[in-house]
Design a protein around this ligand. Structure first.
Ligand SMILES: [Zn+2]
Length: 100
């Protein structure tokens, strides 16, 4: 849903909500607000901020993905028990044991 930024039209009359403007998320079909919901003073739509949508292009820890680990010849293990590790990805031994 796009975000719309509204601004108080007359700076002399406002409430704390519309003072300095506010952002609402509306459907394209929703009517444009002309008055503040709270104080009823006139407001105007200033920008359509749909470009502010958060861009999700992948997880932030993608460098630790199994694909990357394989590519870099790393071996990843997960702990399966006390001192026991099972290989999840990579070229090393399938299981390793570590003394406590
Ligand atoms: Zn207001």
């Amino acid at each position: 849903m796009p975000l719309y930024t509204y601004e108080n039209k007359h700076q002399d009359s406002h409430c704390t909500y519309c003072l300095g403007g506010f952002v609402v998320m509306q459907k394209l079909a929703d009517p444009v607000f002309t008055h503040c919901t709270y104080c009823g003073c006139e407001i105007k739509k200033v920008i359509t901020a749909s470009h502010l949508k958060t861009k999700v292009t992948g997880s932030s820890n993608s460098t630790l993905s199994e694909k990357n680990i394989t590519k870099n010849d790393f071996t990843q293990y997960r702990k399966v028990g006390k001192g026991q590790y099972e290989k999840t990805v990579g070229k090393g031994p399938d299981t390793i044991q570590a003394d406590d």
